[in-house]
Design a protein around this ligand. Structure first.
Ligand code: ADP
Ligand code: GLC
Length: 486
């Protein structure tokens, strides 16, 4: 099968979150299964042109009424021959930031920028004389591709092409003034017929959900949750309407990158059999973060976007967040790596100045994220909602017990500890509020000091888990086949 991935992020080129990991890993896994896969994304400023191959000739993109000229650069995903095509349009993408920059979290011309991406998909295929069986788009910024396929392009070379749209996060929908609608290149009729209309504004994600042949999201539980008002962010109705076309497929883990036995970013590799060596990483983490070096004190790690989705208000909210009380009352250390909302960054610094056992690194730091996974004893992720979540899976594989809220992919990957039998792979809370976080962390710390044999057995159980992308890729192939039959 020929599959074209349309995305706004892909590692190692541009990443704000798990979307970038998921798209690249899926593309490579599909290629390993024998499919012909390509990726298309914008050439952001931060992607160094000198390391890319420039394809000859400019490429015209019709941007509602007007025609703009773009360049196309090419590279490939590491350890694969999956080509990545970068759409180069300096005015739109030649600036810092993927969707925005601190202080301007959503560029006001984003509907134009991502209309260019959607339109460029079809021009690129024509330029390459390569026509995919499947156009697979991810999240709102790529949603225009399946919409254009359905309403403008499904003829000629694209007559047999089907589309799949994956929702990685329904909290980000791409909602803008309808004055931007003409940039999509669609007729005004399609404002309603393609499902864009949202209280008289245009909603890219909604139209993508409405228009794609098949829909997926990144865990079975999240596929159910988004059909309910509590989690659907106002799109639960349309998702119930399309329920028969929606599948939840759990993301995998790229074990070339996240594997404690081969990880090059940690001081000491280890396996389930040599788990005692994990302590070397803990000591290094304590040193690096300027904490008391003591193997017997449990370390809780957190790596996260500082966004409401991740439960950061309940954890770090000024005055009411639970982190201060947890660190004051319990004999533990807490290490937080994150960046995002300004109030939260400030609060983290303030906590670090008031608590001897709380340390934080504000910013994005790949190697520290590996050290935290390897060096912590527990990993805290009390998400309000979590489509899949990657860090709890990394944690399981690194023998670091996850403490999570029962939602989305967290519910699908972490089994709650049973104190009587010692079974489980982590600690699970049902509610999101400061006291349930406090109590669940307290329960985990109690087990650390009093039920060591349970903790050790849980660690080994987690390390044996398989989160291979190969299984997920096979499930995507089934969805592609059903899309082609539609
Ligand atoms: P989301 O995509 O919602 O942010 P995921 O758990 O799917 O959540 O993926 C987050 C990814 O981003 C993980 O690979 C995580 O390690 C990484 N990450 C998040 N924040 C940081 C940070 N400050 N520094 C390094 N890596 C980070
Ligand atoms: C989103 C979700 C996260 C998921 C990731 C990759 O950013 O918030 O839960 O793991 O996409 O699918």
């Amino acid at each position: 099968m020929k599959i074209l991935m349309v995305t706004s992020e892909a590692v190692p080129f541009a990443k704000t979150g798990g979307l970038a990991d998921a798209v690249s890993a899926l593309a490579v896994s599909l290629e390993k299964l024998g499919h012909e896969v390509a990726v298309v994304m914008p050439r952001y400023y931060r992607i160094d042109r000198s390391r890319l191959e420039l394809l000859p000739g400019p490429m015209a993109v019709h941007l509602g009424g007007q025609e703009i000229w773009t360049g196309v650069y090419k590279s490939s995903l590491p350890d694969s021959s999956v080509p990545v095509y970068f759409i180069d349009h300096e005015q739109s993408f030649g600036r810092d930031g993927i969707y925005g920059v601190p202080g301007e979290t959503d560029f006001n011309d984003n509907p134009v920028r991502f209309s260019i991406l959607g339109q460029a998909v079809f021009q690129l295929c024509r330029k390459l004389h390569w026509f995919p069986d499947i156009i697979h788009a991810h999240d709102w910024a790529s949603a225009l591709a399946p919409i254009l396929l359905k309403f403008n392009e499904r003829h000629g070379e694209f007559a047999g092409t089907a589309s799949v749209f994956t929702i990685h996060n329904i909290g980000y929908q791409g909602v803008y003034s309808k004055h931007f609608f003409p940039y999509t290149g669609l007729a005004w009729d399609n404002f309603y017929s393609a499902g864009f209309e949202d209280w008289d504004r245009m909603n890219f994600l909604k139209a993508g959900i409405f228009s794609a042949d098949k829909l997926t999201t990144v865990s079975p539980t999240y596929a159910r949750e988004i059909q309910m008002p509590e989690y659907g962010f106002r799109l639960d109705g349309i998702l119930r309407f399309r329920s028969g076309d929606l599948t939840g497929i759990l993301n995998g883990v790229d074990t070339d990158i996240w594997n404690p036995s081969t990880d090059k970013l940690i001081p000491q590799t280890y396996t389930a059999k040599t788990i005692s060596k994990k302590a070397v990483n803990k000591i290094e983490l304590q040193k690096r973060m300027n904490l008391a070096v003591d193997e017997s004190i449990p370390v809780i790690g957190i790596i996260t976007r500082l966004a409401d989705q991740k439960g950061v208000s309940e954890l770090f909210g000024p005055a009411y967040g639970s982190a201060y009380q947890i660190c004051s009352d319990m004999k533990l250390q807490m290490v937080v790596l994150g960046s995002g909302e300004a109030w939260c960054e400030n609060e983290l610094s303030s906590l670090a100045s008031r608590l001897p056992n709380f340390r934080t690194y504000i910013g994005f730091n790949e190697s520290l994220s590996h050290l935290i996974e390897a060096g912590s004893d527990f990993f805290l992720m009390p998400s309000r909602y979590e489509p899949c979540g990657l860090n709890q899976m990394y944690s399981l594989l690194y023998g670091t017990l996850p403490i999570v809220r029962r939602t989305g992919g967290l519910a699908d990957t972490v089994e709650n500890y049973n104190e009587q039998t010692g079974t489980g792979t982590g600690f699970v809370m049902d509610n999101l509020n400061p006291s349930s976080i406090y109590n669940t962390v307290g329960w985990a710390i109690y087990a650390w000091y009093n039920k060591k044999e349970h903790i050790n057995a849980m660690r080994l159980r987690g390390m044996e888990k398989k989160f291979g992308w190969d299984t997920s890729a096979l499930n995507y192939v089934k969805v592609y086949e059903s899309a082609l039959k539609k």
